[in-house]
Ligand binder design. Structure first.
Ligand SMILES: [Zn+2]
Length: 430
């Protein structure tokens, strides 16, 4: 395979994983875990891969599909009477008859005598069985979890995804990063060569073994020279969230775009020559070219006021976000499930799929944004923000914010004279 093709394949796979994970996570970036926001004394360490024995080596035995613990032990020449004793002794703690296939364990011997069995359910949850003076006993163990704060940084040469690969960062974290700044940067259309990012994140350990991620504590994303900051903060009794250095929420009332992947093929233009009608007619929305079937998201929460065929607009959905803002989505191939007049929708919910119904030259979404009864250019709007840090927590937030942002690693240096990312073409519109 030639290297350009390989690169394209990698990017494509990256994109698919990104899309799948995004749709799984929805638009929420709040962590369900209530981790402490910051330990001022904790050292921030660069990311280093710790060599460790694979779990398969530490716990060589496993319960295969369609098998039981009993069958496996019999296969390992443990006699039926011993197995009965083991299962009986463990009953108060766990029913070994109900262990699921794939559970890993190891046997311990003294000479030819079986004296212990260790189960590993996860990096954190274990079960130890011991035989002392001929009697079996069982103990559940929850490993102590330590948290370290580590950092990553990167610079874009072809995509955000590629820059995270180059930084050897877990794909989970790049998805988190994209969600944190999803209201500030349209990662499908606005990423530029030499965009830079950096972050600190909690990594959880059992001993020397990394067992998962906590929260991203602070991050910067520099987009076309403009630096966006995010600080994780949770005041007492408040939901956790990401805030700019001044305490504004990074969340907006509206998403930057109803289509995650797809190009802007025709912009808002009050004096445009219509491609089909061949007359001067304003284009009062933004067209996104994307394959038929691409999901269309509600840019904000609200109530569907129309989900029906609407003349030249074809299959059209209209949403009232409140008495002031509404949005329209035209030319759909079909509507999202449950989308009908009167239905309540949430921000990011799929309301339909790209098509070319009505008056249209190819598969695309025509998107309109209405503000106070007037149609406006959605790409030119500054959308209202979600709630900022409450005033009574501002002093606490400032302290956290200053520390967090100061703890970020240095930026990657910019590479001069690199080729720009491919610019958008113009095709389907109406
Ligand atoms: Zn249009």
């Amino acid at each position: 395979m030639d290297s350009r093709l390989q690169k394209k394949t990698r990017l494509f796979i990256g994109l698919i994983v990104f899309l799948v994970v995004c749709s799984c996570f929805g638009i929420y970036y709040y962590s369900s875990e209530q981790a402490p926001y910051f330990e001022p004394e904790a050292a921030i360490e660069p990311h280093i891969e710790t060599p460790r024995l694979p779990v398969e080596q530490l716990y060589p035995q496993t319960i295969p599909n369609q098998s039981t613990f009993y069958t496996v032990l019999r296969g390992l020449n443990v006699d039926a009477q011993s197995i009965h004793q083991i299962v009986t002794a463990t009953k108060p703690v766990m029913d070994l008859g109900r262990l699921s296939s794939g559970t890993r364990f190891r046997l311990k011997y003294e000479g030819s005598d079986l004296t212990g069995i260790d189960f590993r359910f996860s990096a954190i949850e274990k079960l130890e069985l011991k035989k002392v003076n001929g009697t079996w006993s069982a103990q559940k163990i929850s490993e102590k979890v330590d948290t370290k704060i580590i950092s990553f940084k990167g610079i874009v040469s072809s995509s955000l995804w590629e820059s995270s690969e180059a930084a050897d960062m877990d794909p989970y974290l790049v998805v988190q990063l994209a969600e944190i700044f999803g209201w500030q940067v349209d990662f499908a259309r606005e990423v530029r060569v030499n965009d830079r990012w950096r972050l600190t994140v909690e990594q959880k350990y059992v001993g020397a073994e990394p067992v998962g991620w906590g929260n991203i504590l602070a991050a910067n994303y520099e987009n076309a020279g403009q630096v966006h900051s995010a600080v994780f903060f949770q005041a007492e009794g408040q939901p956790p969230g990401y805030f700019a250095a001044n305490g504004d929420s990074l969340r907006r009332m509206f998403l930057k775009s109803p289509i995650q992947y797809g190009k802007v093929t025709s912009r808002f233009n009050r004096r445009r020559f219509h491609p089909i009608l061949k007359i001067a007619r304003p284009h009062l929305g933004v067209d996104y070219g994307a394959p038929t079937g691409t999901p269309i998201r509600a840019v904000g929460g609200g109530t569907v006021s129309l989900a029906a065929w609407s003349g030249g607009g074809g299959r059209t959905v209209k949403i009232n976000h409140n008495s002031y803002y509404r949005t329209s989505y035209l030319h759909m191939s079909r509507f999202g499930s449950g989308i009908r007049a009167g239905a309540k929708v949430q921000q990011g919910q799929i309301i339909g799929y790209v098509g070319t119904s009505g008056l249209s030259t190819g598969p695309h979404l025509h998107f309109e944004f209405w503000s106070g009864g007037k149609v406006v250019d959605p790409l030119g709007q500054k959308f209202p923000t979600a709630d900022p840090v409450p005033p009574k927590f501002m002093a606490e937030f400032r302290q956290v914010s200053e520390k967090q942002l100061a703890a970020l690693p240095g930026w990657e240096s910019v590479v001069p004279n690199v080729q720009a990312l491919s610019s958008s073409s113009t095709s389907p519109e109406d």
